[in-house]
Design a protein around this ligand. Sequence first.
Ligand code: ITT
Length: 198
Amino acid sequence: MTKIIFATGNANKVKEVKKMLENLDVEVLSMKEANISTDVEETGTTFEENAILKAKAIANKTDAIVIADDSGLEVDYLNKEPGIYSSRYLGEDTSYTIKNQAILDRLDGVAKEQRTARFVCAMAVIMPNKKVFTTVQTMEGYIGFESAGKNGFGYDPIFFLDKYGCSSAEMSMEEKNKISHRGKALRTTKKIIEDQLK
Ligand code: ITT
């Protein structure tokens, strides 16, 4: 069976990706399950650069297919903050209750039309022959006026989608994966891998 290592320390990302690939004849392993550990400094200036950095750090240690993503939230009114600093926003160890409230506070009094935002996911895949491929995908929405929902992770409770009338933390994982930045990136990545394995 084809082995894919998903190079992330974020257990929620692993859950989403495993769910999306569960019907495929591939074995998806987290770094922990693959017994690989590394601390990658995200020194890139774009999501794409950071995704490649993370994937390369692991691909140096294995001959399996390696996928990594770098993702985050861009809030237009905040000049696209927190962007590539999404997980580091207000400190890596700060809870998302606090991070989310800080964003709501910074948008206090801002009308809905100006609250547009998007999740971005850059995904890099490195094949066993060390060829690198990337894709960048988004999910458009807006920052709500209060937190809602308990599903998902990170900024999901404050990210709302007009079409669904709820936050992405109020959607099931299946619903979110169908339309999410990471879902789209993974479907594109899957096609790339299938093409490469032909
Ligand atoms: P790795 O670098 O180990 O993959 P990380 O959590 O640090 O784990 P990123 O650097 O890519 O990952 O930061 C992504 C952050 O962006 C994540 O911690 C969330 O705060 C936010 N984010 C990304 N995708 C999200 C999603 O689908 N829902 C909610 N928040 C998301």
